[in-house]
Design a protein around this ligand. Structure first.
Ligand SMILES: [Zn+2]
Length: 260
């Protein structure tokens, strides 16, 4: 028995972290589902905000429904984030809504807009970017945003619209908790595709111990909600808990960040 134990320890040491998945180590697996574009389109809004899955609601600032959706989400126990519109490389200006973060702004102007965006979305505890493939690559712009996040004790989720995003390195430099999106759920608008992407989220979570998916309300909202709800039995079977995204950060890190 002793021999076997030693052998097992040796095996675990040699095999290392790369081959022992989080699932095999018996950790509680946690995944977050951030739903973007609240405040904007209405498709799927009620399904998510009156539903049983603890999604995280990312709300666009400055829209007619920003405050309404943020309050509704909070009232029903959902975590709220600011979904900050940022300039993309391609796309229509109208997709950004009012007062987006564009690369022609000075850092002072960026900071003021981020402050206003936070005021416009009550109960927000974190922020992520809406679009932004151009602006997230701009160090000066990103630094201004991260500085406001730090003052307000908010975490950041990099939506992953550019592989050259400056968010991870600057957040790390300034000590702001940041995580990156792993999977987009509804880049193709069909509930079958959303279910497939939920399967990818489950796999990522089993390997890393945690995973983050982003879906949307609005045009794809209905199929997104259908796909997500249909996947829940499978998540239960695989013992993956859906949690508000803030719960994916190490508790100690968050405590130190929020109450230094
Ligand atoms: Zn968005």
């Amino acid at each position: 028995m002793k021999k076997f134990a030693l052998f097992l320890i040796a095996f675990l040491v040699i095999s290392g972290q790369s081959t022992v998945s989080a699932a095999a180590e018996g950790k509680q697996l946690k995944a977050a589902i951030i739903i973007d574009d609240f405040g904007g389109g209405t498709g799927g809004v009620r399904d998510f905000l009156e539903g049983e899955i603890p999604i995280t609601a990312a709300v666009m600032p400055f829209t007619e429904n920003s405050k309404k959706h943020a309050k509704w989400a909070h009232k029903n126990g959902f975590e709220v984030m600011v979904h900050l519109p940022m300039q993309p490389k391609r796309g229509k200006r109208s997709w950004l809504g009012p007062k987006p973060i564009t690369v022609d702004l000075t850092p002072q102007e960026v900071k003021r807009r981020v402050e206003e965006a936070i005021e416009s979305v009550p109960y927000a505890v974190g922020l992520n970017n809406h679009m932004g493939s151009l602006a997230v690559e701009n160090e000066k712009i990103v630094r201004a945003i991260v500085e406001v996040a730090k003052e307000r004790k908010m975490y950041i989720i990099d939506s992953g619209t550019s592989s050259k995003s400056k968010f991870p390195v600057i957040a790390n430099e300034l000590g702001v908790p940041l995580l990156k999106r792993d999977v987009f759920l509804d880049d193709i608008s069909s509930s079958t595709h959303v279910r497939k992407q939920m399967e990818r989220l489950a796999k990522v979570t089993e390997i890393k111990g945690k995973g983050i998916a982003i879906g949307h309300v609005g045009v794809t909202g209905k199929v997104c909600s259908v796909g997500v709800f249909q996947a829940m039995d499978e998540f239960k079977k695989r013992n993956i808990k859906i949690v508000p995204v803030s719960q994916l950060f190490a508790t100690k890190l968050m405590e130190q960040y929020i109450k230094p």
